[in-house]
Design a protein around this ligand. Structure first.
Ligand code: 13P
Length: 256
């Protein structure tokens, strides 16, 4: 089963307008065919409209969060329908920074996932464990619970429209990447959960990314594993050349 890789940059709260535009212009002409690798930039909400206008043929734009309601009295929030109406295609859901600092819970992740797929957005659903959990040896149990809660009441059709990102919290922004074996083992465990919730063919089809200090030096070894289908990248997605190197690594692996 071949799963098309995704390299998704998560810019977090970085860049000014001019820097954001310059990045898009720099990568647009260089990105490889989207039929082979999906290249995505998840940008701060304020940039989304302008970046969608500027995205080239092989680039897609994603948001970093959304509200689960279609509309309502939720001051400061943005709905999936608003994102869709501007041509945004992906949305990161449940990033550990949102779980840690903005009260994101497994319950809101679940509601957002359902809302996103219903809006025809591709959610990139983030799960991952803390260092304490990794050291206690209970990573797989914790991640299993996160996945089960995220996919509660999600039917097969909806599940197939999602992408999962396994991001161990201890590896985010720390320069401490999970080893390819650690990342691949946990991602395999996630596939087992999906197989139990749905069936093996769904588990074989769903794309699961790794995130956490992915860079131009470690990307090849991570992508060489059996179960990692791409990367969700913070720091190394801010520079156009670095982002292009990551995308090209995924492309090279595919066309081999
Ligand atoms: P870094 O690549 O900077 O570690 O960030 C990972 C991440 O949180 C992507 O969502």
């Amino acid at each position: 089963m071949s799963r098309k890789p995704i390299i998704a940059g998560n810019w977090k709260m970085y860049k000014t307008k001019d820097e954001a535009y310059a990045f898009i212009y720099a990568v647009n002409v260089e990105l490889p065919d989207r039929e082979v690798v999906e290249s995505v930039i998840c940008a701060p909400a304020i940039f989304l409209k302008d970046l969608v206008k500027r995205e080239g043929e092989n680039l897609r734009i994603g948001a970093q969060n959304m509200h689960y309601a279609q509309e309502g009295a939720f001051t400061g929030e943005i709905s999936g329908s608003m994102l869709k109406s501007y041509g945004v295609d992906y949305v990161v859901i449940g990033h550990s920074e949102r779980r840690a600092y903005f009260n994101e819970t497994d319950e809101t992740v679940n509601l957002k996932l359902i809302s996103a797929v219903n809006m025809d957005l591709t959610p990139i659903v983030c799960v991952g464990e803390s260092l304490e959990i990794r050291e206690a040896g209970t990573t797989n149990e914790v991640v299993k619970k996160q996945i089960e809660k995220a996919y509660l009441n999600v039917d097969v059709k909806q599940a197939l429209k999602t992408v999962i990102a396994y991001e161990p919290i201890w590896a985010i922004g720390t320069g401490k990447t999970a080893t390819p074996e650690q990342a691949n083992d946990t991602i395999k465990a996630i596939r087992d959960v999906i197989a139990k919730l749905y069936d093996q063919s769904i588990a074989d089809e769903i794309r699961i990314l790794y995130g956490g200090s992915v860079n131009t030096k470690n990307v090849d070894s991570l992508l060489a594993t059996s179960d990692i289908d791409g990367a969700l990248v913070g720091g190394a997605s801010l520079d156009p050349n670095s982002f292009l190197t990551l995308v090209r690594a995924a492309y090279k692996k595919e066309i081999k």
